[in-house]
Design a protein around this ligand. Structure first.
Ligand SMILES: Nc1nc2c(c(=O)[nH]1)N[C@H]1C(S)=C(S)[C@@H](COP(=O)(O)OP(=O)(O)OC[C@H]3O[C@@H](n4cnc5c(=O)[nH]c(N)nc54)[C@H](O)[C@@H]3O)O[C@H]1N2
Ligand SMILES: Nc1nc2c(c(=O)[nH]1)N[C@H]1C(S)=C(S)[C@@H](COP(=O)(O)OP(=O)(O)OC[C@H]3O[C@@H](n4cnc5c(=O)[nH]c(N)nc54)[C@H](O)[C@@H]3O)O[C@H]1N2
Ligand code: SF4
Ligand SMILES: [Mo]
Length: 753
């Protein structure tokens, strides 16, 4: 570890969901050199520019080195771990005893590179009876998951694109050049753009870096996607749908045709701000292609009609039969679920009854579930690897909600905006100081999982999340009723004996299974190599994976049968310095993962029919009082959520507000002038960047800015605009509750001098 000076050690990037393999040189606890790992099976040596600055994460000035307890005056004092654990457990137990464990809300569980905390967090939640949880997915992906459930039977039937092989690639509200979202994004996008036989289609109001490369750019008006996509679907229904495929594999085509077959394509295109002829020729290109992959992201998921747009987006590839085939869309395996676990069985949030998707309470309703006198309101919150006081809509209200709770615990590496609102803050080891992995296993036909070893020893004073949760669970006495001797003994005899002993416990004791992560850590952990105790939960996940997809795991080269197959898989990921391909699929396998009763794809989402019909009566709304549409949180080269808190990592200053030349002229501003942006929730100023990539009356600000960071003598100041000071939690999708961050009505004026 820290003695391995200047040797290259394998690891992974933690800045986006792709988690490219890295090789890193460590010297004196600094990450001094970083390059892509060629051995990594999916990233293959690829990296973007962002991980270069990773030492600023590892050695950030506001890293925590001691548990912190809030004083009555709001300042914090250091306390030792024993005191912190004792007092935190007592406070959580007090909330549970007075109001019920289900009033303890859990948020987070992983950022972009770490998910073991979330796995162990499930054990603590079970020990407390905490049933409701959420994380960032519930402000981006849950609408799409819900649509997947409607079309393919279950929300877990998540489809993944195959851009490597697709003849036509479609990006809807997605800018992979900056944000990635699939392996080696820039290489793959360039390849498609260069090839005269392939077509890159981008739907984005902005001439994004990806749009610049596109063969076809549909420069939709902000928020106009539902009209545009409806028009494209109507074109396909008119001519180009794969009727033979649909007859064999889909249901309710007639109903869909009745809904969309006779809409006025010209009028819908006009409302979307795109030329009708271009809409028609784009639909034709999609219809004629031998394969099409489509990727949607925040541009629609965080804009008006987002869930409806997700449905229409999926019809582009379904109506053309680009499903369960090479170059098309497929349902992938997963090493573990990213959802909310035990709360998943609940259908609605306790106060407002808001729909829970994938086990996650919509982020936008969290303040509503706290700031009320309803008896079922949340009373306490555990926040782990998340920064909701900064990343959720309406930070003002979110801070108010945190302050209204009886108790807030934050587990983080840094003194974040959310930590500042906590009663106790517990310091975690960084992602380079412990074994870690992510559950973003989204690839097909080969899917890979990377369990990575630490690069250096834990910073003194910090603990792994697994250990933090284990100590809290011990203090709560939650495992006392179980006799774990036989499991401990079995662990000493090896994985095969352990698998048998664990299987017996699983079969006989459901209560114990809810606490499985804690039991694994306590019983198998000690038998694992030193430091690798935290990988015990991964053993459980490997078992589940082997059980769920035995054939796919065997196609990846594994040979045993469950439960030994799970052991074989676990040993492989534990041993391998880089990611391991854990499943290999045939394209047909996608059909086995469709979970509708008849294994056909359902084309009509009943609950969205009225919203779809309403498009016929309306234009995308405008508001004279707030004439601009602000895209509040755009991915740029200098953004990485709030994983980098030190603003010095980005060369380009504190982040500009991008504006069209026409608007700049009207406002009388030139590049670098400060403008003031005001929404119904707040106001901020930023330097303006005038760019013809923006449409008139459209503006954008980067995500991940506006965090407070201490300077060399400890004075904290905020760098850039914290976009959620401007957003409203009421602006959200009617079905999924996901926010309209990309569609914030705003006034923009030249800033007063
Ligand atoms: N550099 C960098 N990369 C990241 C991240 C990061 O912080 N920085 N974060 C990661 C995370 S957590 C995520 S979820 C992904 C998100 O990745 P993306 O969704 O690709 O990121 P955004 O830039 O937020 O939004 C994508 C595009 O939506 C467009 N858009 C805005 N309004 C509309 C609209 O009304 N309709 C349409 N069609 N498009 C619109 C924007 O112009 C933008 O180009 O990125 C990941 N990658
Ligand atoms: N207005 C607006 N808001 C947005 C978005 C937008 O585009 N516009 N994007 C949304 C999206 S898509 C996302 S994904 C979210 C992201 O927002 P969050 O989910 O809140 O994620 P991060 O900002 O990445 O915060 C991750 C936290 O994990 C901490 N951390 C890092 N490593 C470790 C570790 O090893 N252990 C522990 N315990 N903690 C660690 C970091 O210090 C940080 O506090 O933001 C959302 N918010
Ligand atoms: S693409 Fe994502 S994971 Fe890969 S190097 Fe860039 S930020 Fe890191
Ligand atoms: Mo995200």
């Amino acid at each position: 570890m820290s003695d391995s000076r200047a040797s290259w050690q394998p690891s992974a990037c933690i800045l986006c969901s792709i988690n490219c393999g890295l090789n890193v040189q460590v010297e004196d606890r600094s990450l001094i050199k970083i390059k892509g790992d060629r051995e990594h099976p999916t990233s293959q040596g690829y990296v973007c520019e962002k991980p270069r600055a990773l030492d600023r994460y590892q050695n950030g000035r506001d890293r925590l080195t001691s548990p912190m307890r809030r004083r009555p005056d709001g300042t914090f004092e250091e306390v030792d771990w024993d005191t912190a654990i004792r007092e935190v457990a007592a406070r959580l137990a007090a909330v549970r005893d007075e109001h019920g464990g289900d009033k303890i809300f859990y948020y987070g569980g992983g950022a972009q590179g770490n998910h073991l905390g979330g796995a162990y967090g499930r054990g603590l939640r079970a020990a407390l009876g905490s049933r409701y949880s959420s994380n960032a997915l519930a402000q981006e992906k849950t609408g799409e998951f819900w649509v997947d459930g409607q079309l393919f039977g279950r929300a877990r039937c998540h489809t993944t694109p195959d851009f490597e092989h697709a003849e036509v690639a479609v990006f809807v509200g997605k800018n992979p050049w900056q944000s990635h979202g699939f392996p080696r994004a820039r290489v793959v996008v360039k390849e498609i753009a260069k090839d005269p036989n392939r077509t890159l289609i981008v739907i984005d109001p902005r001439v994004s870096e990806t749009a610049k490369l596109a063969d076809i750019h549909l420069q939709v008006r902000p928020g106009g996607d539902a009209w545009l996509l409806a028009a494209m679907v109507a074109c396909l229904l008119e001519d180009g749908a794969d009727r033979k495929w649909l007859a064999q594999h889909a249901s309710r085509l007639d109903e869909l045709t009745a809904l969309l077959g006779d809409i006025d394509i010209g009028e819908y295109s006009r409302r979307a701000g795109v030329d009708e002829a271009l809409v028609r020729s784009t639909a034709k290109r999609i219809a004629e292609a031998s394969s099409v992959s489509v990727l949607e992201d925040l541009g629609i998921q965080q804009s008006l009609h987002s869930t409806l747009s997700s449905w229409l987006e999926k019809l582009l590839f379904l109506l053309t039969g680009n499903f369960a085939k090479q170059g098309g869309m497929n349902i992938h395996t997963r090493f573990a679920s990213l959802g909310g676990g035990s709360g998943a069985r609940r259908s609605g949030s306790p106060v407002g009854g808001h729909r829970i998707i994938g086990g996650l309470v919509p982020c936008n309703v969290i303040p509503d579930e706290i700031l009320t006198d309803h008896p079922d309101r949340f009373r306490a919150m555990i926040v782990e690897s998340g920064n909701p006081a900064h990343s959720l809509a309406d930070s003002v209200r979110m801070r108010e909600a945190l302050r209204a709770l009886d108790f807030v615990l934050v587990i983080d590496v840094a003194m974040t905006e959310t930590a500042h609102e906590a009663d106790y803050v517990l310091p975690a080891c960084s992602q380079y100081e412990k074994w870690e992995c992510t559950f973003f296993t989204l690839e097909f036909p080969k899917n890979a999982f990377h369990l990575r070893a630490p690069l250096l020893d834990p910073l003194p004073g910090t603990l792994t999340e697994a250990e933090i949760h284990a100590r809290l669970i011990r203090e709560l006495g939650a495992l006392d009723e179980f006799d774990l001797t036989s499991l401990r003994e079995a662990a000493k005899r090896g994985l095969d004996a352990y698998a048998m002993a664990f299987g017996m416990l699983a079969g006989s004791n459901r209560k114990a299974m809810a606490l499985a992560p804690a039991i694994l850590y306590e019983t198998m952990g000690p038998a694992l190599p030193e430091g690798a105790e935290v990988t015990a939960a991964v053993w459980g996940l490997a078992q589940q994976t082997a059980m769920a997809y035995p054939d796919s795991v065997k196609r990846a080269g594994f040979t045993k049968d469950p439960p030994l197959l799970g052991n074989e898989l676990f040993e492989a990921v534990l041993r391998s310095p880089t990611a391991v391909v854990f499943t290999v699929d045939d394209y047909d396998e996608t059909w086995n993962r469709v979970e509708t009763p008849d294994k056909r794809v359902n084309l009509v989402v009943d609950e969205l029919v009225d919203e779809l019909r309403s498009l016929g009566d309306a234009e995308p709304a405008t508001d004279d009082a707030f004439p601009f549409v602000l895209s509040a949180g755009e991915r740029r080269s200098g953004t990485a959520n709030t994983l980098y808190r030190d603003p010095a990592w980005r060369q380009g200053g504190d982040g500009t507000l991008r504006l069209s030349p026409a608007d700049a002229e009207r406002l009388g501003v030139v590049d670098g002038d400060r403008v003031q942006v005001t929404t119904k929730r707040g106001s901020a100023t930023a330097p303006v960047e005038i760019t013809s990539t923006m449409l008139p009356l459209h503006a954008s600000l980067p995500n991940g800015h506006g965090v407070a960071y201490p300077d060399a003598d400890g004075t904290r100041s905020v760098h850039g605009v914290a976009v959620n000071e401007l957003t409203s939690s009421a602006d959200r999708d009617p079905v999924a509750g996901t926010p309209w961050h990309k569609h914030v009505r705003a006034q923009i004026v030249r800033a007063p001098a």
